[in-house]
Design a protein around this ligand. Sequence first.
Ligand SMILES: [Zn+2]
Ligand SMILES: [Zn+2]
Length: 209
Amino acid sequence: MVLILSFDFEEIDKVFISHFHADHSCDAFSLIFSRNCNYTPYKKKLKKVLMMGPKNTEKNFKTWRKIFWPEPHESYPVDFREGVGEVRLGSIKVETFLIKHLPWLQSLGIIVKFGGKKLVYTGDLGSDNKLEDLVEKCQGADLLVIEASVAKPQSNHFTLQQVKELAEKALAKKVLIVHIPSPVIKITEDFCRKEPKFILAHDGLRVEI
Ligand SMILES: [Zn+2]
Ligand SMILES: [Zn+2]
């Protein structure tokens, strides 16, 4: 399995949204609009998109459409799957699970299993999550994709130390750290230089597992 942090958007037909903060969701809706612009006028076969996300994903898409894509006669085929569940996509098994991020929105993590490999993405998460629950979900992950965006523990975001503790307890083989605001870039870079299984994400990165 290869995770690539850059891709041809026309290849994408499955999208996962962890929660409805702009940094985790806006591009997903724009993807559908770009598809419409690229495909419809040229009579290309429309590739249906599966959009998985927390509750209200479809409702939020419809609200977004009213503002950014108001043409009532246009449409693009999208299937929505909301909340916690399991789905098989060919040979890929996908499971979503609840994550505590903020009390006023539902947040999900995702486990992707393919070819004997396991990838876990937590989305944004904080100290309100029980460590043992996270350890269970992340257990034996070949790749754990996780945020470490704060310097001190908070209810809605994780620190590097918390990521390290979780990765050690869950025996994660590789950890890709994403979602790094500028005040913590330097400490994250220094940390990843010393700890070979931790990788700092950047555009265009390929991670093979
Ligand atoms: Zn968030
Ligand atoms: Zn975020």
